[in-house]
Structures are given as structure tokens and as C-alpha cells.
Design a protein around this ligand. Structure first.
Ligand code: NDP
Ligand SMILES: O=C(O)C1=N[C@H](C(=O)O)C[C@H](O)C1
Length: 250
């Protein structure tokens, strides 16, 4: 019989962490070996866990990944708040500790990953584009990591196609009325009781609109992606950003 992959969960008491713990416990090829909260020491995972899954908070997630690499543990990260500098620091660290993999994904739901991919493919064909993300009101960051990643992918596709800024005649506005601007793309954040995680990408041309929408109605939607990452991260030494790389989409 093949050995089960030993999995630790950071942020195990949180909404996502608790859901990941259940999914790992139900997977026959995985073994849940540790549930870590705020006060637990990541270094103690050395030799006890093969892979750690991080769903904590933006202010601690990078430090967690460095501690995991020092402990010899592969990392699967869903926590938001990553910027290019932080990713570069992790890539450098991962390159120094040979054989360890880190996978950071802004969204593990298949529908969200596909929505991002489709938006990036469609972006070059439309004059206008805006992103609207809608989430539960307990979310601490805005705009969502997924919306930021979506906007960046769209902006890159528009740049590559030689498109300029989307048309916008706004001259006066209340602060925030046009949302945040990520790489030139307007991103709007809605917080509403009853929601889980949702995003719409609106693309407009004269006389037509394409709307791409993804809805996570339940956090179980993220679990196939998280488990896919847990099972594959050791085969991808270094830093991987985005689940699309495990889905043959990138
Ligand atoms: N990539 C993806 O597919 C998804 C990503 N997310 C992201 O995951 C993150 C977590 O979301 P969610 O589960 O809803 O959040 P919760 O607030 O429910 O959970 C956060 C967890 O982080 C822990 N935590 C808080 N502060 C620290 C700290 N200083 N050190 C270590 N752990 C800490 C908390 O521990 P304690 O219980 O001890 O306070 C808690 O268990 C967010 O960034 C969210 O955007 C969410 C859904 C999907
Ligand atoms: O906090 C959440 O809930 C979510 N966070 C991630 C994000 O910020 O993109 C992923 C998903 O949208 C749910």
C-alpha cells in the first residue's frame, strides 16, 4: 500500500481551514496530521507533515510559507494579499531549498479559474471591461484576490493587443464611486450577507455585452482544487502561481 500524504492545515479553525480539514479527512490517500491556529508553531511541522495548506490572513501568510520551507514542508496557499515582491521572495527561497514546492492560488474553484481564463481570452476583443466581485461581509480584504488577479490578466491581454484605456468620461465623482483601479481595470467590491464568493467580468462593445460570472455557493467548491494542489505540489519544485497550471489551461 502507498503511504498517505501527511497534511497540516494552517488557519484550521477558520471558514476555509475547517472545510479543508474535513476534505482531507475524507480523502483516502491523505492523512490530516495537524490543525494549526494563531498561536501554533509552524516549525514544529518539520518531519511531521509533507504538505501544509494555508488559509490564514494576508498579514501572516508569507511568513508562514518561509517557515514551511525552512521546515522542509511543501506549501499550498489560498490566502490572499500576495504581491509581486512577496511572490519573488518566496520563489527565491524555494529555489534555495531544493525539491520543495509552493503553490499559491487566488481561487481554487474550477468555475473561478475558468472565468479568469475566459476573461483574459476575451479581453482583447472588447473596448470596455470592469470587474465586480461580491462576497460575504466577514471578508477582511477588498478587492478580492481573485478580482485583483482577474484584472491583472485582463490588463496584460489588453496591453499585448495594443489596447489603450477603456473609455470613461467621468469628470467628477464621489470617492470610490468608480471602484479601485488595478492595472487600469476598474474593480468593484460588494459585501452582502448571504453571499459566499462571486465575480462578474463585464465586457462591452458598441451594441453588445459579454458577462462572465462565477458563483461559489458553498466552500466545498474550493475543495477539488485544494486537494489537486495537495496531491501535486511535491511534483512542482519552486513557486507555482495559479491552479490553471495543474489544469492544463496555462
Ligand atoms: N484561494 C481560495 O480559493 C480561497 C481563498 N480564501 C482566502 O483564505 C483566507 C482565509 O479565509 P477564511 O477562511 O474565510 O477566513 P477566516 O477568518 O474564517 O479564517 C482565518 C484563519 O486564520 C487564522 N489566523 C488569523 N490570524 C492569524 C495569525 N496571525 N497567524 C496564524 N493564523 C491566523 C485564524 O485563526 P484563529 O481561528 O486562531 O483566529 C482563522 O482560523 C482569506 O485570505 C480568503 O480571502 C478564501 C476562500 C477561497
Ligand atoms: O474570502 C473569501 O471568501 C474568498 N477569498 C478569495 C479571494 O479573495 O479571491 C477567493 C474567493 O473569492 C473567496
Amino acid at each position: 500500500m502507498t503511504e498517505r500524504v501527511r497534511v497540516a492545515v494552517l488557519g484550521a479553525g477558520g471558514r476555509m481551514g475547517a472545510t479543508v480539514c474535513r476534505a482531507v479527512e475524507e480523502a483516502p490517500d491523505l492523512e490530516l496530521v495537524a490543525r494549526l491556529g494563531q498561536d501554533d508553531d509552524v516549525a514544529a511541522l518539520a518531519g511531521r507533515a509533507d504538505v501544509a495548506v494555508d488559509f490564514t490572513v494576508p498579514s501572516v501568510t508569507e511568513a508562514n510559507v518561509h517557515a514551511l520551507l525552512d521546515a522542509g514542508v511543501h506549501a499550498v496557499v489560498g490566502t490572499t494579499g500576495w504581491d509581486a515582491d512577496a511572490l519573488e521572495r518566496v520563489a527565491d527561497h524555494a529555489a534555495r531549498v531544493e525539491g520543495l514546492g509552493v503553490l499559491v492560488a487566488p481561487n481554487f474553484a474550477l468555475s473561478a479559474v475558468l472565468a479568469m481564463e475566459l476573461a483574459a481570452r476575451a479581453a482583447r476583443w472588447f473596448e470596455s471591461v470592469e470587474v465586480v466581485e461580491l462576497h460575504h461581509p466577514d471578508k477582511v480584504d477588498a478587492p478580492s484576490g481573485t478580482a485583483v488577479a482577474t484584472a491583472r490578466h485582463i490588463a496584460a491581454a489588453r496591453r499585448e493587443a495594443g489596447l489603450g484605456p477603456a473609455p470613461d468620461a467621468t469628470q467628477t465623482q464621489l470617492d470610490g464611486a468608480r471602484g479601485a483601479v488595478v492595472d487600469g481595470v476598474h474593480v468593484h467590491a460588494v459585501r452582502l450577507r448571504g453571499l459566499v464568493a462571486h465575480e462578474e467580468i463585464l465586457l462591452g462593445n458598441p451594441g453588445e455585452q459579454l458577462t462572465i460570472r462565477t458563483d461559489s455557493f458553498d466552500r466545498v467548491s474550493f475543495m477539488p482544487g485544494v486537494l489537486l494542489a495537495v496531491r501535486n505540489v511535491a511534483r512542482r519544485p519552486g513557486l507555482t502561481v495559479g491552479l490553471e497550471h495543474l489544469l492544463d489551461l496555462a
